[in-house]
Design a protein around this ligand. Sequence first.
Ligand code: ATP
Ligand code: MG
Length: 910
Amino acid sequence: MTNVSPIWRLAGSAIAHWWRLAAIFLLVWDDASNILFQQQHQIKSNGGTPFVTGFAYAPNFITKIIQEDTGISPSSFVAVATASTIEPVDTAINGNSKIQNNGLSQTPSQLNMSEEGDTNTAATDVANTLSIPPVVTRFPPEPNGYLHLGHAKAISFNFAVARMFHGTCNMRMDDTNPSKEDEEYVESILEDVKWIQSGLYDGDAPWDGPVRKTSSYFDVIYQCAEALIQQGDAYVDSLSAEEMREYRGTLTEPGRDSPYRTRSVQENMELFRKMKNRECKEGEHVLRAKIDMASPNINMRDPTLYRIKHESHQETGDEWCIYPMYDFSHPISDALEGITHSLCTLEFEDHRPFYDWTIEKLLPTGLIQARPRQIEFSRLNIQSTVLSKRKLIQLVEQGYVNGWDDPRMPTLSGMRRRGVPPAALRLFCERVGISKADSNIAFSALEDCVRLEMDETSRRAFCVLKPLKVTLTNWNGDELENFEVPCHPKMEEMGNRIIPFGKEVYIERSDFFDLNGPEGEANGGQVPNGYKRLLEGKTVRLRYAYVIQCDEVIRDPETKEPIELQCTYMPDTRSGHTPEGMERVKGIIHWVEGSSAVRCTVNQYDRLFLVEEPGKESGDYLKDLNPGSLEVLKDVLVEPSVATDVENHLKKMKNDPSVYPSSLAYQFERSGYFAIDKDSTGKDNIAFNRVVTLRDTWGAKPDEGDNKQRNRGQGDGEPNKNSQNTAVGPVEDVCRVAFRVATIVEAGPHPEADSLLVCKVDCGDVSEDGSPEQRTVVAGLAGKIPIEKLVGRKVVAVTNLKPAKMRGIESTAMLLAASDEKEEEVVELLNVPESVPNGELLNVEGKNPSEPDAIMKSKGALKAFDRVKASLRANENGEAVWIDDQGTSHRLQSSAGPVTTESLKDVVIQ
Ligand code: ATP
Ligand code: MG
């Protein structure tokens, strides 16, 4: 790595110091302006040079609160290694033994930390981290269902906060309701939490210490209840449920005191013990807090603390017949575990006064010793799915899906079986960010993260989903020719694979347009616009192999559908060669050789619901289920290397239960990402699940096949109805603009204008046949930046503007450049980290990722673009920022860090 900043060097020495850390997480913080460059980087020590992957939570209101509470900035770096890698945890550096955190705000001096928390003290910080967890968070699900994507947000953030602040995160089953809870759920929850954090921890589990259970605190919670009775802060009420409701009042009317509210301490104690000793019937009495029946907050109108339930509990059996309410047990459990920050969803905001009341009333009793702080953030909602355990249980129990782990389910087990990598889910959660604003995120935002992750990690393979036989009439007998081709176009370390080629190959049915058959007839005897693949009498290139020409179409005698194409291959076109005098063949398609191909099944999934908000208009979310959410393709053909991989993978799974079937995944070229399904048993029985298509096709016209997808990065003028708005409410101007990463491939003078250059730019667009497609961009850069400095450069392009003719040449994108207002001559293009793939949409810090406009061409859109353009600047650190109406800067972020200028600072971007 060049330009190693001090923090990186520090990290390097940290690595050297602490044996071989499997993974270290760095949080880089520019201490000049404190919250300037926060980026979580995963550093893998691969023989010395650390390399960076990943993304991180942008600073948010919660990290700010915690920073204020603890005096620790989430700066420096945080080692997320556990005792197995950093050995003497308890005696780290300053020799402190691990002291029980009391949960009260600790000042930096208490923690022996620097006030600034700057990078210089990184080593000390880490030392302290290892001896005192200054921040303790927890993830507390109720084991009454499987975890879903909403929980992924809570899990990711709780663990991330713990890491950012040198703390730990507890895992707690909030098991206070025996009626709905089950051991099956407990096991699935633990598995899911480990899975979503996989790669981020060593050892058995990501959480600190054992799995905690609220039920194991039942004794203390009971004592707390008695203590409140003794203090006169709780009473036994004997109103019926209905009467209680009546007495509670409404949002606009105060409640009334129960006639039992004035019972003496002694009477309350006696009754409460009777309740506990099975001497009362369910519903006969409850224990209530004595607060204020006239409080404007209904949660403070003497909330229930305990109710009678003659049910056995999965953990405590028949020991108890009274169970504490969530609102009462939660603050006590938090305090007992030394949780410093109890992060939960917004519906608990109104319960916070009672949370605090409970803590304040109990601290003097000595039964609890800490004062945890509850902070709420908004729930995650995702369009076209449902995130509620109740609804998910209904889908499973009534057979709308095939179990909790059905790959269409938004459960974590469903996502895992489908093949969604946990890193993609974490990236998604980080991009969604943390705020108090309600949001409803487009499903495509999740899919984008999946693509980004899987593009890097998945091997490529040829797979023909709907095969059409091609016979090469001039091929020599049964001979096979082997092509050795890369497993990944960019990752050499993934090695090569062998694909055989021979007389009989299969291509996708959709890669042949049957002009002279029913298909052509249905299209008015016309070839579809822009079609470049195979036609009768024409040629196409079989990727890595030869150009073939279709000489004859053999048809089904009844349906007239093509069943075989008789073709000739051109020997002198091997491996991409175009012989002199021959015109370059534009269409390139994938194929599989017949005799060696492996037959398998492919499950293609689509959205589970047809509408963005299931049930909103129909009144019943079940009515909005998508009947076409699963398409099963039998007799799919894949190249033979896949069979070997599958056999090896199944063996690996036998030896290591933490390996999932879906961790073997591929990009089937031109089709999408696919992972092995758990029903696969061996090379003769392979099933794949489609994780995601290569590009967003949701909302595309139904007749568009898998291979005719919308180009990424370029609206095709056809707005994608389901992905225009991601957040409910108006989309902010800046989210409508497509800022994409691009590379300048060529540049030259404009024939008509001295000030203009004409560039060929790769903005990540892909043509119909899967080959990259460049755009022409006319830019006013002549004389400002030398041409040789432009070629090969990563830049930021705005790719959804209406094409504009500039002195006769149509320009289809705009390059972003910073320019010095004072000296107009100084212009710099924006820099993007090299590792970022072309086409990646930049994220505007603090904004929910959303699909930009297809093309900004309406009057309103043009105005919005002008407003955005006027608010783009390079800040005092040379980072590209967009400044909102309140004057707050939001950085333009790529997946590998911010976008910057070379040397210009505090200037406009145009
Ligand atoms: P559901 O509403 O689906 O029944 P829940 O909130 O009852 O879920 P819990 O098991 O109580 O589920 O949740 C455990 C933790 O996960 C809680 O802290 C809760 O706030 C958080 N959580 C649940 N759903 C979401 C969501 N959609 N977005 C963010 N966090 C969530
Ligand atoms: Mg709940």
